[in-house]
Design a protein around this ligand. Structure first.
Ligand code: ZN
Length: 228
């Protein structure tokens, strides 16, 4: 772990919680499949994992990210300026290119598209990202499945950093909250994903399920899917 990054997180913690004790803290760069970062509190210790794509990021960007992660952890408001700095950097050409190369290195080209006949997965993704993830998730490839598969509503493929949603839901008879729910579920997989070397596991930890409950139309959406 670099001292510079460690110091930035300590400072940021101090700013956010001036009177609280400084917890034990670890910060490491981690080979996520995209520009993703997370923070966990376990036994009073803070563990931060940052995407290794951010390894050379300027202090300003790391300070912004430290603020965002810690504010989320302690349920404080995220300062607009920080979230702007961070997002601007992540969507900058250099980072976008690096992320692109990373995905290319994993091969396979997607010809499918996020734009269905009725729903656009990209705009639904961005909407959910802003509402539930503080805009922090880097957008993976999003695509409607080629077939009208019923057995699989959607899945996140970590090896190709792609979310695929079954095409049967790209239909005007399907309410938007159902598509949102399916995508939200896969976005949680994206958020909790680590490199799985191509395996496609669908892991629902208690933490995952608790977060899924935050989706407002969860019961309605499940009811709809059951009737399908
Ligand atoms: Zn799942």
């Amino acid at each position: 772990m670099s001292d510079r990054v460690f110091a930035i997180f300590q400072e940021s913690y101090r700013c956010l919680r001036p009177r609280a004790d400084m917890p034990e803290l670890t910060v490491e760069f981690y080979p996520f499949t995209n520009v993703h970062s997370n923070i966990r509190l376990r036994d009073g210790k803070l563990h931060v994992r940052l995407s290794d794509l951010l390894e050379g990021a300027p202090d300003r960007v790391l300070r912004a990210l430290a603020h965002i992660l810690l504010a989320k952890m302690y349920r404080k408001p995220i300062e607009r300026e920080h979230s702007l700095h961070y997002r601007r950097y992540v969507s900058s050409r250099l980072i976008a290119e690096k992320a692109h190369l990373l995905r290319q290195a994993r091969g396979r080209k997607f010809i499918e598209s996020a734009q269905g006949r009725f729903y656009n997965l990209e705009s639904i993704f961005e909407d959910l990202n802003a509402r539930f993830f503080g805009g922090l998730l880097a957008r993976p490839r999003l695509t409607w499945s080629r077939s009208h598969a019923r057995h699989r509503l959607g899945h996140y493929d970590p090896a190709h950093n792609a979310i695929v949603v079954s095409r049967i839901f790209d239909d005007p008879r399907v309410p938007r909250y159902v598509v949102e729910y399916i995508l939200y579920h896969e976005m949680l997989h994206l958020k909790h994903a680590v490199k799985l070397r191509g395996s496609r596991r669908c892991v629902h930890t208690p933490e995952f399920l608790a977060e899924e409950k935050l989706f407002p139309s969860l019961a309605k959406a499940r009811e709809f899917l059951k009737r399908l």
